[in-house]
Design a protein around this ligand. Structure first.
Ligand code: F6R
Length: 622
């Protein structure tokens, strides 16, 4: 949600900023801008629209401009127009900032500054930060400390003084016209990484904007700031306490974030699932000996085995994965489990007793609600574990321990490979806890052997992409769809509906199949598509009844069935098959046709699947 990038080095900054913004564009794409220091003045160019709209208004890059800021926006305060786009200058023209996050007390601060005579140009909360820094830099605050500091120290002091007034979240890049060789970054609640290259520094919201230049990085923690100059960088808290930060290795390559011949990141990521799951499970499952090893949470396995209450919390697609996890933990390990929306959990009064374990699931590791749920659970004394994809992300760092997905970077806004990897991790954990609590070693070994076959089975489903495209073409004109599944495939029905909604803008509802007749059946009209997940399993005959109910009312059926099911053909207007697998493992297969259906429907309707309307990857605001 908003991408920021800043550069200080020896190279021409503008093309580096633009390249970085393109890599971060999935975080927000309604307006964009850059600021460069130009002979003692700050030159800002910004516009509504995407990075290519920004490129169209930029001047020729100048080699002497070696320090700059860039921003791609997902609007929170103020419509996405040029004035509200970042970078924001302060009222004196000396300061410019880019910001990712939300300032909750911006109204009070704005009124105070206006009473001091400060004029505002935009509707954003960000301009308050720029003006607050500019105000303290220009006038001090009357304290002895402010009177004593001078030059660069005064710039740093003004930043710290302003940040201490803010309630809310920020990842910031800050320039001051008086210091053409200084870049300041600061973080609270929004991600910020400093890439440390050879004589150059790239400050960015995520590693995607950095890996082209260096794989060495410093992950800033909340309430920390960094001052960067050509001679090096130093980190301290916003209360001016120096801190030493370790350099970390960024764990992915440029190749992983490029399209590699695919038309879209989403399609690439759908097709990457066999590999992503192989990597995710590699070294963790031992099919030979029927054992699972999840190194990251080794020291918590005893506690997990004994827990009487497990809470899984997440948002969106990750919540759907959590729901599959709930069913797995109940069935295999007999642990009472609830799956909570993080946005609800954080504001409720959840019952966390001694021994409750909370597991937070997040691809990005930056989702604001999930991060707040981590804090809430920790405050109440729970052990908090994470299932996260992005290494070093805020949730990964805030949790007591966790398991990384190792699914590789997910750039497409619609989450795909992260879902299957989240389900794979939850399955591995449930099988291991099951073996320790409830099921026999033989049964666990059986599940592990089946798990090892999932990547190959996914590859077989992917071969049907063209067939699924034809089904999408026959139905993409319909504005209302239902997705129905039972048991372990009920969360998959929710996920299928979400995928279709978010990228094709078709209204879709996912339901447990039996719930249809308690209301939603009223929606069925001639030719309306209902997607049924009717794979082999204990509820097969029940869902056949639901299929008949839809057909009796003139609805069209798109059925996901098990390979070799001859009987179902006569009930399907369109049939997609998946290889046979035990019911508990089916979600990692049955979701594939739904991801492809959504992708093809969106393409046929002419949408930009990687940048769907109103959305952004990583929801770092509430
Ligand atoms: C849907 C989607 C979102 C995310 C949700 C949580 O395709 O991507 O629903 O799943 O915003 O994001 P993470 O997993 O990053 O916490």
């Amino acid at each position: 949600m908003c991408g920021i990038v800043a550069y200080l080095g020896e190279k021409c900054a503008q093309p580096i900023l633009i390249e970085g913004l393109k890599r971060l564009e999935y975080r927000g794409y309604d307006s964009a801008g850059v600021a460069l220091l130009d002979g003692g003045a700050i030159r800002i160019k910004k516009t509504s629209g995407r990075i290519n709209a920004l490129e169209a208004i930029l001047d020729e890059p100048r080699t002497e401009d070696t320090l700059g800021l860039g921003h791609t926006r997902w609007a929170t305060h103020g419509e996405p127009n040029e004035i509200n786009a970042h970078p924001h200058p302060d009222y004196t023209g000396k300061i410019a900032i880019v910001h990712n996050g939300i300032i909750e007390n911006y109204g009070t601060l704005k009124t105070w500054l206006q009473n001091e005579g400060v004029k505002f140009l935009s509707d954003t909360d960000t301009e308050v930060i720029a003006n607050l820094i500019g105000y303290f830099y220009a006038t001090g605050d009357g304290s002895e400390e402010s009177k004593q500091c001078d030059g660069q120290t005064k710039f740093e002091w003004a930043v710290q003084r302003a940040l201490r007034e803010l309630h809310g979240t920020y990842g910031l890049g800050i320039l001051c016209a008086d210091f053409p060789n200084i870049l300041i970054g600061a973080k609270k609640g929004s991600p910020l990484i400093l890439g440390v290259g050879d004589g150059e520094y790239i400050l960015a919201s995520d590693a995607a904007a950095i890996v082209e230049h260096t794989t060495q990085a410093v992950y800033l923690a909340d309430n920390e700031m960094v001052t960067i100059s050509p001679g090096g960088f130093h980190t301290k808290t916003i209360d001016n306490v120096p801190i030493t930060k370790e350099l970390s290795e960024i764990e992915f390559s440029l190749e992983q974030i490029e399209l590699g011949g695919f038309e879209h990141h989403m399609l690439k990521e759908i097709f990457e699932q066999p590999k992503a799951l192989t990597t995710c499970m590699g070294g963790r499952i031992d099919a030979q000996n029927g054992r699972i090893k999840l190194g990251g949470i080794d020291s918590y396995l005893r506690e997990l085995t004994r827990t009487k209450h497990l809470i899984l919390t997440a948002c969106g697609t990750a919540w759907h994965a959590g729901l599959v996890g709930e069913f797995l933990f109940e069935q295999l390990a007999r642990i009472p489990t609830e799956t909570e929306y993080a946005s609800e959990f954080r504001y409720r009064n959840p019952i966390i007793e001694d021994g409750t374990v909370v597991v937070c699931i997040s691809q990005s590791g930056e989702t604001a609600d999930t991060l707040a749920a981590v804090e809430q659970a920790k405050e109440r004394g729970a052990t908090v574990l994470g299932i996260v994809n992005v290494v070093g992300s805020s949730i990964a760092r805030a949790t007591d321990a966790g398991v990384y997905l190792h699914a590789g970077p997910e750039i497409g806004v619609a989450s795909t490979k992260a879902f299957t990897a989240q389900v794979a991790v939850l399955t591995m954990l449930a099988v291991e806890l099951g073996r320790r609590r409830h099921i026999s070693s033989n049964e666990a070994t059986g599940h592990i052997k089946e798990l090892a076959q999932i990547p190959d089975k996914i590859s077989r489903i992917l071969e049907q992409s063209d067939h699924i495209k034809q089904i999408a073409a026959a139905n993409a004109g319909q504005e209302n769809w239902l997705f129905l599944g039972r048991g372990f495939n009920y969360p998959v029905a929710l996920e299928g509906a979400l995928k279709l909604k978010e990228i094709s803008y078709i209204h879709a509802e996912g339901l447990p199949a039996a719930e249809m007749k308690h209301g939603p059946i009223a929606l069925i009209v001639d030719a309306m598509p209902t997607v049924f997940i009717a794979t082999a399993g204990p509820q097969y005959n029940k869902i056949m009844g639901n299929i008949a109910e839809v057909r009796a009312r003139g609805g069209k059926t798109i059925i996901i069935a098990t390979e070799g099911d001859e009987n179902i053909k006569q009930h399907a207007d369109h049939l997609i098959t998946v290889p046979d697998a035990p019911e508990i493992l089916q979600p990692m297969l049955t979701v594939l046709p739904l991801q492809l259906l959504a992708y093809h429907a969106a393409m046929l309707r002419g949408h930009d699947v990687d940048k769907p309307r109103n959305l952004a990857k990583s929801v770092t605001v509430e």
